[in-house]
Ligand binder design. Structure first.
Ligand code: FAD
Length: 466
């Protein structure tokens, strides 16, 4: 029969992928319905991901910077933390942005429909709205249903065992906390809780924090964390947790596994899995991988001609800026534009302290694939600005092609590395070589000069560090 409502384009999920696709499609004169199960738009990123974590990391940075200012003669005393006020501020940051999205949707006449959606046919979605079931038919659909935190089966159901959403809720400042998983999300939350005064330990199954990142980039971060945290156990995993009245007893596995330990809270940050199995994609004939990803081509099209998938659900890397870029492409393809996903690099950033950022080829990847490259490294110990900030542990490196001298990749560790990496992304997209960077005047004294200096070292136009 007839569906309750119809739209030219239906977008399923209102995260950075979904709202970007919906807004772009509306701007291209499409009639759009945006389906979202939660009352607030913005998805994981705005509500329980990128944004609240950065608000708390901002507060954490103030606390650590104030603490370290003692070494150059400034003592603020012991900070007083009003947790309710900090939490309220973090929530207000999120609220401002999600409300903004609601306004942007209205402006464009994008219809927002609240409720969980699932496919019931190749042109039909059923939405469980607060007022009952509604069917929505469409010409094109963009699936942007994102991902969820991975759980560890067998752990007790206890509110002191949290995922990242629980950790961001900031219920209390625990005395002793275990971070299970030394990836980006785990370490960002560790940074927050450590700054607030929690004794933090990290356990990571791999042999390195943030597995996959080049070892030289991890080193300065690792050194600092090792000094600051109670313990960091690599090549180790938590095998069992017993929930008791006075805390959580955690058992460990691995060659150098410690004795069982008691914690007030445990954060499980062991990865995220895509939501591909939660939307009855098979009803529309959409292929879903064993892990729950929806395979797409370079135009973000699934195996079903008129259905697209973007963001976390469409594959790695699970990052907000990848999701929004893909969202634009899907919307433009639907509007008849001849575009494809053709990014030369997707930057990654760990907003730890120091930050780590990388893009394009990594040394780890180059070695694995047998790609030859040359390397230009500039240690921040020779950067006037880094020294003047009392944070000179960083480094900047470029990987470039031996003969063409074109940039293949870049990595940085240090304050504001996440901001600095964009220059390298632009350079790569422009097909820049090391000379292009070396001949671009960078303002002095800045951290951005470390890119210039690395390139000048590669070009031989500076031979020593001044
Ligand atoms: P999501 O943001 O997951 O949005 C999907 C939306 O779909 C959700 O709102 C969900 O409710 C909705 N949905 C799902 N199923 C249905 C359904 N059946 N019906 C209706 N609605 C549905 N990335 C970065 O780039 N930078 C960061 O700093 C960063 N920090 C992060 C910190 C944390 C703690 C976490 C958890 C993640 C972080 N990420 C970060 C990752 C980032 O949040 C994701 O990559 C991004 O949100 C993916 O966007 P998306 O649009 O694909 O999906």
């Amino acid at each position: 029969g007839q569906a309750d409502v119809h739209a030219e384009v239906v977008v399923l999920g209102a995260g950075p992928g979904g709202y970007t696709a919906a807004f772009r499609a509306a701007d291209l004169a499409k009639e759009v319905i945006l389906i979202e199960r939660y009352p607030a738009l913005g998805g994981v990123c705005l509500n329980v991901g990128c944004i609240p974590s950065k608000a708390l990391l901002h507060a954490a940075k103030l606390l650590t910077d104030a603490d370290e200012a003692r070494q150059y003669g400034i003592d603020f005393g012991k900070p007083k933390i009003d947790l309710d006020k900090l939490r309220a501020w973090k929530d207000s940051v999120v609220g401002k942005l999600t409300k903004g999205l609601t306004g942007l949707a209205k402006q464009r006449k994008v219809t927002v429909m609240q409720g969980a959606g699932k496919f019931i046919g190749p042109h039909l979605i059923e939405v469980a709205t607060p007022d009952g079931r509604q069917t929505v038919s469409f010409e094109h659909c963009v699936i942007a249903a994102g991902s969820s935190a991975a759980r560890i089966p067998g752990f007790p159901d206890d509110e002191r065992i949290m995922d990242s959403t629980g950790a961001l809720a900031l219920a209390e400042i625990p005395k002793r906390m275990l971070i299970l998983g030394g990836g980006i999300i785990g370490l960002e939350m560790a940074t927050v809780y450590h700054a607030l005064g929690t004794q933090v330990s990290v356990v990571e199954r791999a042999g390195q924090l943030i597995p996959g990142v080049d070892a030289d980039l991890i080193k300065p971060l690792f050194k600092r964390l090792q000094a600051d945290y109670e313990a960091i156990w690599l090549n180790t995993s938590a095998s069992r947790i017993e929930a008791g009245k006075k805390g959580l007893k955690v058992f460990f596995e691995g060659e150098k596994a410690p004795e069982p330990q008691w914690y007030d809270r445990v954060l499980v940050a062991v990865g995220r899995y895509p939501n591909g199995k939660l939307i009855e994609a098979e009803s529309a004939g959409i292929e879903v991988s064993a892990r729950g990803f929806i395979p797409v081509d370079a135009q973000m099209r699934t195996n079903v001609e008129h259905i697209f998938a973007i963001g976390d659900i469409a594959g790695e890397p699970m990052l907000a800026h990848k999701a929004s870029h893909e969202g634009k492409i899907a919307a433009e393809v639907i509007a008849g534009h001849k575009v494809v996903f053709d990014a030369q690099a997707i930057p990654s950033v760990a907003y730890t302290d120091p930050e780590i950022a990388w893009m394009g080829l990594t040394e780890t990847e180059a070695k694995k694939q047998g790609i030859t490259y040359e390397k230009a490294v500039f240690p921040w110990a020779a950067s006037g600005r880094a020294i003047a900030m009392a944070r000179d542990e960083g480094m900047t490196k470029f990987l470039f092609d031996k003969t063409s001298r074109r940039i293949l990749g870049a990595g940085m560790v240090g304050s504001h590395a996440g901001e600095l990496i964009s220059e390298a992304v632009l350079a790569l997209e422009m097909g820049a070589d090391m000379q292009d960077i070396a001949l671009s005047i960078h303002p002095h004294p800045t951290l951005s000069e470390t890119l210039l200096f690395a390139a000048e070292l590669a070009e031989g136009t500076i031979t020593d560090l001044y």
